[in-house]
Design a protein around this ligand. Structure first.
Ligand code: F6R
Length: 613
């Protein structure tokens, strides 16, 4: 969704802000803008479309100064247009604002302000914030107090960043809820403010995150944190371990391709430091899982959205088979309103790459309200889902920039596997010999994934055959049913080809009617306990004339003669097979979308972190 960058310091703010916005492009946007405090007062540049348009505008009409704020907008109120793009300026030009989230009571506020004579130049909800601040601003009140008073009036989940020519020595930022975080980058004699880490990592790794209902006054050499009543709060900076190079494309054409290939390293880092191969033990320290809690857990509710939800489906099989704990998996947007039967002896486990997904955070809140223990598996360090949980597992995969999630899918699969082993051990439901075998199997995972990646050319050949199809069915069973869902999601979101994932056994109950020569079936048929069932599913698809692409284990001799194309995966212990079988499907979706000439990293209508309901 929208991205925010602000800078105050000795350097020219314009290139720093433009560069920061570039690093937030992955979040999805349809217009962009920036405001800089120049010698001639605040100057604004805004443009519809991608950032190169704003860049061209800035080249044609340069602006430079030492304080500035910028924004990439994902339209909610009002079409993508120059006048709806941020920043927004108040009537007398004293206040400049960028905003993420939705001001839910903006209609009432706008009517009130208009009745007082304010002139609205955009259709956005955000513009009311600039007018309100100006209404409160006077020599006595000052900018900080005017912002604080304005924030009291805003309903909804918002992040706001403000500057004013009247007080050029500061930027004021606030976070009102879960829609979009605010992170302050603490540099040497300079400070940055942003919605997300990648915008500031190349300048500093010392950062402080705002909690909901906190605001911050950022000056070149000082940062003052406070709550919305103006009470000072302690600033707790952390040092982010992410390498800024991880947010560069490098030799790859797209971030998605790079991130698919990064899975070998990501999985190695996921396992490193958490597994004692000699003792056959798992350590997940940040989860705060005591033996007492492990024994007490009645049920685990996994809640997540999209790809993370698919990881949760695999997690159910892992936790139930390995630890023998009952698990329910629910899409977070449903969980939050379902009045689920969650109690104090249950765990609500959220899975989220961004850790800022509004529905997932709301589901966690629902779990907390019902007294459950809250856990999360999260990638974005310091994100809300990490902070509100009582225990978390951090994915060790570095920033994921491509909108289509890849490395943040395979890492939580391994995290869930390790969690299942640890829980089984602490609950006494997993015999020691079995535990040692399961732990030993983990060592293989990065290598197995690397073997699949080496077969990229074969995937490209299949992508060439499929790139013009109109519709595809992905089928799988058991632990690889979720792989079918995930493969279909990957294809549809970046190639815009219609794709459905189905439990293979359900085909005969309806979807088989769709099959013909033009509707390929992608069959997940590795050597797992459901293999024999999948052989007959492939036969049934062929009998209806559908072309079949089968994902099969090396050495398979039954399915390849039936299939039109084969994607090979190495022999893998079945509980870990989803980590491996999804990789050819990620590459397939990627290459099909790239061959269709599409914007793989920023597919239409999608945002990387979905901070609105
Ligand atoms: C698909 C995709 C989305 C996300 C979903 C949840 O490739 O990326 O389906 O998985 O929006 O996002 P997070 O994990 O950030 O909560």
């Amino acid at each position: 969704m929208c991205g925010i960058v602000g800078y105050i310091g000795p350097r020219d703010a314009t290139p720093i802000i433009l560069n920061g916005l570039k690093r937030l492009e992955y979040r999805g946007y349809d217009s962009a803008g920036l405001a800089v405090l120049t010698e001639r007062g605040v100057q604004l540049r805004r443009a519809v479309g991608k950032l190169h348009r704003l860049q061209a505008l800035v080249e044609a009409q340069p602006l430079s100064g030492h304080v500035g704020i910028g924004h990439t907008r994902w339209a909610t109120h009002g079409e993508p247009s120059q006048r709806n793009a941020h920043p927004h300026v108040s009537d007398r030009g004293q206040v400049v604002v960028v905003h993420n989230g939705i001001v839910e009571n903006f209609l009432a506020l706008r009517d009130e302000l208009a009745a007082e004579g304010a002139h609205f130049r955009s259709e956005t909800d955000s513009e009311v914030i600039a007018h309100l601040i100006e209404r409160f601003l006077s020599r006595e009140t000052g900018l900080v107090e005017a912002v604080r008073q304005t924030l009291q009036l805003l309903e909804g989940s918002n992040a706001v960043v403000v500057m004013s020519a009247l007080e050029p020595d500061k930027i004021v930022a606030a976070r009102l809820g879960n829609a979009g975080g605010i992170v302050v980058g603490l540099g040497e004699d300079e400070m940055l403010v942003a919605s997300d880490l990648p915008a500031i990592l190349e300048h500093t790794r010392r950062v402080a995150f705002l909690e909901p209902r906190q605001m911050v006054v950022v000056q070149r050499d000082a940062v003052h944190l406070m709550d919305l009543d103006g009470n000072p709060q302690p600033l707790q900076p952390t040092v982010v371990p992410w390498d800024p190079v991880a947010a560069e494309k490098g030799e790859y054409r797209h971030f998605m391709q790079k991130e698919i290939h990064e899975q070998v390293r990501g999985l190695t880092d996921t396992i490193a430091g958490r597994v004692d191969f000699e003792g056959g033990k798992i350590y997940l320290d940040t989860l705060n899982l005591t033996p007492e809690l492990a024994r007490r857990v009645r049920k685990i509710f996994i809640t997540a959205c999209g790809t993370a939800y698919h990881a949760g489906l695999v997690g159910k099989t892992l936790l139930e088979r390995i630890a023998r704990v009952p698990v329910e998996v629910m899409v977070a947007s449903e969980f939050r309103y379902a009045d689920p039967l969650v109690g104090p002896d249950d765990v609500v486990l959220a899975i989220s790459q961004s850790g800022e997904t509004a529905d997932t955070l709301a589901a966690m809140e629902e779990g907390r309200r019902k007294g459950a223990t809250l856990w999360s598996i999260v990638n974005a360090i310091g994100s809300q889902a990490m902070r509100i949980a009582q225990g978390y597992i951090s994915m060790q995969v570095g920033p994921e920039i491509g909108v289509a999630s890849t490395k943040a899918y395979t890492a939580p699969l391994v995290d869930l596997y390790m969690l299942a082993v640890l829980l089984g051990d602490l609950r006494g439901t997993l015999p020691a010999a079995e535990r040692r075998r399961l732990v030993a199997d983990l060592r293989l995972v990065p290598y197995l994934v690397s073997q699949v990646l080496e077969r990229e050319e074969e995937v490209i050949a299949v992508a060439r055959q499929l790139k013009d199809v109109r519709s595809c069915l992905y089928i799988g069973r058991g632990i690889n049913m979720a792989t079918a869902y995930e493969g279909a999601l990957k294809l549809k979101e970046i190639s815009y080809i219609h794709a459905e994932g189905y439990p293979a056994g359900e085909m005969k109950h309806g979807p088989i009617a769709l099959l013909d020569e033009e509707t390929p079936v992608i069959a997940l048929a590795p050597r797992d306990p459901w293999y024999e069932k999948m052989v007959s599913q492939v036969e049934q698809a062929k009998a209806r004339g559908a072309p079949v692409v089968a994902v099969v284990t090396e050495g398979d001799t039954l399915i390849p003669p039936l299939a039109d194309a084969v994607l090979w995966v190495p022999p893998t212990p079945w509980l870990l097979s989803p980590v491996v079988t999804v990789v050819p499907l990620q590459m397939l979706a990627y290459h099909i979308a790239a061959m269709r000439g599409l914007d793989v990293d920023q597919p239409r209508n999608l945002a990387k972190s979905v901070t609105v309901e």
